[in-house]
Design a protein around this ligand. Structure first.
Ligand code: AHR
Length: 494
């Protein structure tokens, strides 16, 4: 038996809806085919953006979208991607598969996508191979309302009014593909580049500095010490990789129980990373003004056999869904510092929401978790105390159940629970403090499967899909919840 207390009357602050953010890079079939098909495509589209993907993403209320990379960002020169499409430069996407990048999806197309999705754009600028002038002019091009060389060029290219742009990243992974820099050097470059990321008119930019890889705590220390007061957010990247990054990450579908266990262990590691990086940030920013922006996270497996190794295409199973649920519970419980996260990536790359094959599209188990958890967006995170039993393998123990809870603007309480055990049920006694016990009613949705690698295919698109959950009953003023093995549940408490 696992015991959980949800204090429905103790709020710990707001879950920034941007925790449900996304990341779409010029990588493999994410942008081209996954999002952009072009206006002349037989695939139904709105000004070149495919309608089926748009509708699916609107349904999960994508709050913010990061673009154009990733590693691509520090090789991207934005001027190649504006103006008449037929005249745009064809270049090589050196980082991802060496394929031709025709620049048909550029600044205008990305900002149109964000308008259609009604989400905030988050643009990542080029520090690694770009110039201060280039970055500064990009911001001027997008946001300056008046007469200036870049604003005039924007108007010539068909956009009279400036866009609103809030989130801007000053480089990506500058310790690696973004220039192989030392933190001291990048901190100085950040200070210099961000100076010219201007606020024009009433457009106020939230500046995000390139942060650490996994547990590189020194990077966070140096950045906060030398540039903390000049940033609004500091990023962190951490991927859940069951194997070894270079020697073999593991297959998305062909894995045994031991690999399931390691995957859950590595997903849970996110909690320690946030705690330790936050502690360093607290030293320089005790008011928690600077947001932690986890702008790349998710599972990273070996590519599907027979696919381009540079395209990072992987299938997505119930295991991925649990990884997503575990992450969201962690993010909610760190909502005081974590202000945005962006899963990698939206379509056809890594832990995707959506997979496409020509005109066909399927939703992944991860998509369904985003759908089930969207009730937490902008809700008040509630204080939760839990005493949970363990899930054990090979002498190691993990907490079998993770949990988080929130209260929305209408006063409705939502509790999300994840049972990471691949074989064992979890019986939970849920005490809802602050709710009149006799009046408690709960309804819920569950995502589960009977095989560890259950997944959706183009032939069976609904093999893993949410169902209504009837495993919660009121007993003696408490809610008794029975979670099947490998399940994610969101309860709505009335
Ligand atoms: O998401 C794939 C890649 O992972 C990104 O381009 C890079 O930032 C990270 O290493």
């Amino acid at each position: 038996m696992h015991n959980v207390i949800v204090n429905t009357d103790i709020s710990k602050g707001k879950i920034n809806k941007n925790i449900y953010g996304h990341f779409a890079e010029h990588l493999g079939r994410c942008i081209y085919e996954g999002i952009w098909v072009g206006e002349d495509s037989p695939i139904p589209n709105t000004k070149g953006i495919r309608n089926d993907v748009l509708a699916a993403l609107k349904n999960i209320k994508v709050p913010v979208l990061r673009w154009p990379g990733g590693c691509f960002a520090d090789e991207y020169h934005w001027k190649d991607g504006v103006g008449p499409r037929e005249g745009r430069k064809r270049m090589v996407n050196t980082h991802w598969g060496g394929v031709v990048e025709n620049n048909h999806f550029g600044t205008h197309e990305f900002l149109l996508l964000c308008e259609l999705l009604e989400c905030e754009p988050y643009i990542c600028g080029n520090v690694g191979s770009g110039t201060v002038q280039e970055m500064s002019e990009w911001v001027e091009y997008m946001t300056f309302d008046g007469e200036s060389p870049m604003a005039n060029w924007r108007k010539e290219n068909g956009r009279e009014q400036p866009w609103k742009l809030k989130y801007f990243g000053v480089g990506n992974e500058n310790w690696g593909c973004g220039g192989n820099m030392r933190p001291e050097y990048y901190a100085d470059l950040y200070r210099r580049f961000q100076t010219y990321v201007r606020n024009y008119g009433d457009n106020k930019i939230y500046k995000i500095a390139g942060g650490a890889n996994v547990d590189d705590y020194n990077w966070t220390e140096v950045l906060m010490k030398n540039a903390g007061w000049l940033m609004d957010g500091l990023s962190l990247h951490y991927y859940t990789i069951p194997g070894d990054f270079w020697l073999g990450k593991g297959s998305a579908l062909d894995f045994e129980e031991g690999e399931w266990f390691i995957t859950m262990k590595k997903a849970l590691h996110m909690d320690e990373l946030i705690t330790k990086h936050s502690t360093i940030m607290d030293k320089y920013d005790p008011e928690k003004r600077v947001g932690m922006i986890i702008d790349e996270w998710g599972t990273w497996f070996d590519v599907e056999p027979g696919t381009n190794p540079g395209f990072l295409y992987q299938q997505n199973s119930i295991r991925d869904a649990l990884v997503a649920g575990v992450h969201f519970n962690i993010f909610h419980n760190h909502a005081d510092r974590v202000q945005m996260t962006n899963i990698a990536q939206t379509v056809n790359v890594l832990q995707a929401m959506i997979l496409t094959e020509g005109e066909k599209m399927i939703l992944t188990p991860t998509y369904h978790v985003f759908d089930m958890f969207k009730v937490h967006q902008d809700a008040e995170v509630l204080a939760v105390e839990s005493a949970v039993g363990s899930y054990e393998m090979g002498g190691e123990a993990l907490p079998q159940v993770t949990v988080s809870a929130s209260r929305d603007a209408e006063g409705k309480v939502h509790v999300s629970l994840v049972n990471i055990d691949h074989a064992g049920e979890a019986e939970i006694s849920l005490d809802l403090r602050g709710f009149a016990a006799e009046s408690v009613q709960a309804s819920g949705t569950i995502l589960t499967a009977d095989r560890m690698n259950a997944h959706n295919t183009f032939e069976q698109p609904d093999a893993v899909a949410p169902k209504s959950f009837d495993g919660a009953n009121v007993e003696g003023g408490r809610l008794s919840v029975k979670l099947p093995p490998m399940s994610v549940v969101t309860l709505a408490i009335h």
